[in-house]
Design a protein around this ligand. Structure first.
Ligand SMILES: [Zn+2]
Ligand SMILES: [Zn+2]
Length: 142
C-alpha cells in the first residue's frame, strides 16, 4: 500500500510504502494546542516505510509517560507532519491531515478523553481510553 502526502505549503512531501499499525484520535491537552482546540488524528507506521522529503523543524515535549515526544513540522507553514516517541524509534506517528486523499486511514480508537473539552463528540463505534492506551504491538516481521 502506498500513501503520499504534503504539508499545507508543499515544501515537505512524503511517501509511505506500507500498512498502518494503528490509527487513533487524541484529545490530550498537547494535541488540542497543536490542533486548534480539536483532537489530532494520527496513523502509526513502521519508521522504515516512511520517506519524507524537505526540511523539517522539530520541537520536543515530555509526555505523561516520561518519554520524550518529538514533533516534526514544516518550518515554512507550520503543518505538523509526524511525532516520534523516544521509547518507540521504530514507529512514526503521522498526522492524517498531511496524507493525500483519497485514503483509507481513519481513527480506530479515541484516546485521552479525560482531557477533551465538554463539547467534544466521540464516535460511539470507536474504542475509548480515558488516558494513554497501551503501546501498539511490534510490527509483524516480513
Ligand atoms: Zn509547509
Ligand atoms: Zn495527544
Amino acid at each position: 500500500m502506498t500513501y503520499t502526502g504534503r504539508c499545507a505549503c508543499g515544501a515537505v512531501t512524503l511517501q509511505i510504502d506500507g500498512k498502518p499499525l494503528m490509527a487513533r484520535q487524541c484529545w490530550c491537552r498537547q494535541c488540542q494546542t497543536l490542533a486548534a482546540g480539536g483532537p489530532t488524528n494520527n496513523a502509526m507506521f513502521p519508521t522504515d516505510t516512511v520517506q519524507i522529503d524537505g526540511v523539517l523543524g522539530t520541537s520536543t515535549w515530555t509526555a505523561a509517560s516520561g518519554n520524550t515526544l518529538a514533533f516534526h513540522f514544516c518550518p515554512a507553514c507550520g503543518t505538523q507532519i509526524y511525532a516520534q516517541s523516544s521509547a518507540r524509534p521504530h514507529i512514526r506517528t503521522l498526522r492524517i491531515g498531511v496524507i493525500d486523499q483519497p485514503h483509507d486511514l481513519a481513527p480506530q480508537a479515541v484516546i485521552w478523553t479525560d482531557e477533551a473539552p465538554a463539547w467534544a463528540v466521540f464516535d460511539p463505534d470507536l474504542e475509548r481510553f480515558a488516558r494513554q492506551p497501551p503501546p501498539p504491538a511490534p510490527a509483524p516481521q516480513g
